[in-house]
Ligand binder design. Structure first.
Ligand code: FEO
Length: 403
């Protein structure tokens, strides 16, 4: 059964929702599912923008069949070749023998690498500034390398103002009927998944996202819709989401507040982390979030690290090193280029306490990370008579958050 929505008079969402996939890219949990967005334009020529993951191909085919209503498919535009969007290319080519494929040179190379043969189909290579007309509608292409792969293109339909933004402006979460961001309470129900999607999937490429935002800023008055490859389509209040991406891609926090991430084996480091959270609220700090790194998936830690201005890393010493799950979180922050944060350190150990010094060294390898001068050291536990040390740590942190 088809499941289609109109974006405009002659532009249709023909994608699919996926609630069966548990781990996006086989790594990030998606408890609310994900959508693979594809769109069809029914102009004088018909155009399919991107495909879907192989698991959702059947839904795409039924949707496409319904919208085309017997018309041939003339063009397939591939903005992004990652298999969650490109895996159904071959099936489209088999079913629509006349279809011409429009994409970047790099994407055509990737199609070969993934084993998708374009065979006898005409291939139209486009790049920055290329324009194509399909009748009433004209499309201008912009290259968006590393947002999120090197071959990525975005395109603007200069007739209806639809920006096909590839992975940019996407979100985790299945649409479940609500295509437009203004049909849901995005700031309440979606922003956390959008942030987790951006920071973990595209977060590393802040400068490239900035470059794309700069290009798009010259076209802002023309952009009426943002049509991403995942998550809702934007047709109202575009600046809300654009501004979030501007902050994220400049690695600037959204809120002043503290992420307390702790690694605890027997609950003693956890007690210190919880005691710190209490003291921060007592000192008037808002936005304190506590995560046990062994129980919160790292993608949630990353999202909160991007959101908040301050981070506390509290880790036991393990095999004379940083607790492995904490080490993984720090490595991920490094890999995603997180910068411009203030960090407090809490270390613990029963002998040869090393985790504080080692975490500090890791942070020194990152850009513009300020480590608060006095780390808190626990020797197995934090006894009540040392409450004043936790108070002092909270004082310094609260003063820094309040600026
Ligand atoms: Fe949703 Fe980079 O693919």
């Amino acid at each position: 059964m088809y499941n289609v929505r109109k974006v405009t008079e002659d532009l249709f969402w023909v994608g699919a929702n996926d609630h069966r996939l548990h781990l996006f890219e086989n790594i990030h949990p998606i408890p609310r599912g994900v959508s693979y967005n594809a769109y069809v334009l029914t102009d004088e020529q018909t155009v399919l923008f991107d495909t879907v993951d192989w698991s959702a191909c059947r839904q795409l085919l039924e949707n496409l069949d319904h919208v085309l209503a017997g018309r041939p498919l003339d063009y397939l535009v591939i903005h992004h070749m990652e298999p969650d969007h490109g895996a159904s290319i071959q099936e489209i080519l088999l079913r629509y023998p006349q279809v011409k494929v429009i994409s970047s040179a790099k994407a055509f190379t990737m199609m070969k690498q993934f084993g998708f043969s374009t065979g006898d189909h005409e291939c139209v290579e486009v790049k920055e500034g290329s324009t194509l007309s399909f009748g009433k509608h004209s499309l201008t292409f912009l290259s968006a390398p590393m947002v999120h792969w090197p071959e990525v293109l975005v395109s603007l339909d200069t007739t209806n103002g639809a920006l096909f933004s590839a992975d940019a402006f996407g979100s985790f979460g299945a649409l479940d009927g609500a295509l437009f961001a203004d049909e849901v309470n995005f700031d309440r129900d979606w922003i956390d998944d959008a942030r987790r999607y951006y920071t973990n999937i595209v977060g590393k490429y802040g400068p490239q996202v900035q470059a794309l935002l700069k290009k798009a800023s010259g076209l802002l008055d023309q952009i009426k819709f943002i049509c991403p490859l995942h998550g809702p389509v934007w047709r109202e209040n575009l600046s809300y989401f654009v501004e979030k991406h501007d902050l994220w891609s400049r690695y600037e926090p959204e809120d002043r507040g503290v992420l307390i991430a702790y690694a605890s084996m027997y609950g003693n480091t956890e007690e210190a982390a919880q005691g710190l959270a209490t003291r921060l609220y007592e000192r008037g700090v808002k936005n304190v979030v506590v995560h046990d790194v062994s129980n919160s998936h790292v993608s949630y830690l990353i999202a909160d690290a991007f959101r908040l201005s301050h981070i506390v890393l509290a880790s036991v010493t393990y095999n004379l090193g940083i607790y492995p799950v904490m080490h993984n979180f720090i490595s991920d922050m490094k890999a995603l280029n997180l910068q411009n944060r203030t960090v407090g350190l809490i270390e613990n150990g029963t002998w040869a306490i090393k985790s504080g010094e080692l975490m500090q060294k890791e942070l020194e390898g990152m850009k513009n990370m300020t480590v608060l001068p006095d780390k808190l050291t626990l020797t197995s536990s934090l006894p009540a008579e040392r409450a004043c040390d936790l108070d002092a740590f909270a004082d310094a942190l609260a003063a820094s958050v309040k600026g």
